[in-house]
Ligand binder design. Sequence first.
Ligand code: ADP
Ligand code: ZN
Ligand code: ZN
Length: 719
Amino acid sequence: MPIARIALDVPLDRLFDYTVETATEADIGRRAVVPFGNRRLIGVILALGDAPTDEGVALKPVERILDDMPAMPAGTRGLLQFCADYYQHPIGQTIHTALPARFRDPTPFRVSEALHYQAADAHALQASLSARAVMQHRLAALLAHPRTEAEIRAIGPAAWKTAQGWLEAGWIAARATEVAVVTPAEGPALNAEQADAVRQIVACQGFQVDLLHGITGSGKTEVYLQAIAAVLAAGRQALVLVPEINLTPQLEGRFRSRFPGVEIAALHSGIADGERAAAWVRAARGEARIVLGTRLAVFTPLPKLGLIVVDEEHDASYKQQDGLRYSARDVAVMLAKRADVPVVLGSATPSLESWHNATLGRYRKLSLKQRAVAGAMPPKWRLVNTRAQPLTDGLHAATLGAISEKLARREQTLLFINRRGFAPVMHCGECGWLAACTRCSARLTVHLREGRLRCHHCGDEQRIPKACPGCGNTDIKPLGHGTQRYEDILAARFPHARVLRIDRDSTRRKGSFEAAMKAIHDGRVDILIGTQMLAKGHDFPKLTLVAIVGADSGLYSSDFRAAERLYAQLAQVAGRAGRAEHPGDVLIQTDFHEHPLYQTLTADDYAAFATTELAERQRAGFPPFLHQAVLRAEANLLEEAVAFLTEAVQWVPEDPAVTVWDPVAATMARLAGRERAQLLIQASSRPRLQAVLASWMQNLRKLKAGKVRWSLDVDPLEL
Ligand code: ADP
Ligand code: ZN
Ligand code: ZN
């Protein structure tokens, strides 16, 4: 009997053999229901064989092979095998990460649930109708346009059955199987830089990485749209990846109105399981022509893939932080290589990894240096030296002056502070006590309105004490400024202004974020106070001043990526100002106005920033000049975590090209009551590091970890 080798969602890095009565090559990539211990699991068949992998083991039979969806194609399986190897993650779990959750359910998936139906042969259909069958006539009329199963069923009890008969007869068809010519709606005439970028991208005959560097509003999205139009015209599919927060209804709408009639699958965390599964199926059949999604969309099967776009390629949300710790940006480049198609990485502030690759000539750099809309100017920067003059209530006189000016002109201001709550900590001036979380190595944030102290890491909270627990002093005070405090300060300073705070606390209720966006758009807000939630993806035409406060803490962080992140974040938030006909002003309150980061930022000179920062990384021995992996361990006691890592070090295969550091406590050693430690391993050669990691993981998986939980993160973004 043939043997099916099946990937199961279990933490063992191997396939499992089952006997199967009949199976053909066509079953590879299909799902199978199999017994596993006393459970039934859904697995994916990855190979067929004649002999069992292990001798003398009694194999159980496959219960059933499911053919309710297209088999996972070889290309996708290959990409996932690469990911399993590269990120050192068990193959079964890797495959299951990529599979829509709906496919883990053994009840067959009916693709019909999510297809559209439409008359394909109207004459034959009309001829078949019996004169008195009212329902048939109504159904036939309905199917003049694409309809869903739900719409068909709504006609009457027998409608769906009738439609299926027509489908079999070929009188109607599931829509989008044949889109012959795609005529995109007309976009704006491209400027010279944009036209050149599109020309270069479209001219690629195979694998090529283009780094599209363009300031906010320079028309990158327009470049993607026009390049995609060419891909669709050639009968191929496009994959567009965006960070979670960027996949707004506006962006989706922009794609839909540009490509009317083209099936676009929008995949983000808000999509229901069934819909995601349907999109997967339609993409795998080549019907969905554009897949627009967040990181997981990179694993969608696309048989006619012609172009990949990764928008905001520097965004940290492309990196998954648990399970399969993949970087969707990096996987997208690998996918492009395997599929031999071009990939465009777009950003106003490319990651230093990508910038470095462009410098080395591995990537081709395409630049957009101006704002696309005629007359729109980049924001005017201004550094406000807060050392020269003391602040009142956390705001400099120049900042207050700029806000008043905008108010007088009925324009909007955004005060950007990346810290929610009233104040970052509660403090006793007598004994120096600072309120800290008992479960984390972190301070508690003051939420004055609710009268509570909250840990932003574990969610723990308590009432604000009446007196200092250290010395009994009753005069304890919030120290520093968060969004809530600025909200109070600005409301008091500008009593006639309409002040709106937008952060995770103010937008907890469903729909409140959208309502806030609408209020801003409708001009019902004068001063906005917001965190990074507002930094990306939203256009506010009346916003002409961005005032940035509290940014200095990112300048001297122990994290070598902090400067890169700060630059990107500030450039992005600055891009919110003056997108339309109003020029924008951006003001930064800082104690370090001469810092090179602020100097290059305010000169709009990302290239200079990147060059300086890369030189620094090279000198200090950081990525992208070498490659890292970090082994993390957590336990109830720090000693247990460190002891595990110390043991783990013994099992690293000897390789002079690979450096293994000593285990250390994590930057945040305690989180939610668990103690965390980590071990850094690095090498200048990626293949050497990979080889070491692979055999190290084999050894580690055999180690008894006891109560220690551990994980490996390859190319970690945070240490
Ligand atoms: P980015 O993605 O770089 O932020 P967008 O593609 O969203 O930029 O373009 C910013 C704005 O400029 C959008 O409103 C877009 O419609 C407009 N735009 C883009 N290209 C052009 C062009 N060539 N002519 C006129 N307007 C353009
Ligand atoms: Zn005290
Ligand atoms: Zn905590």
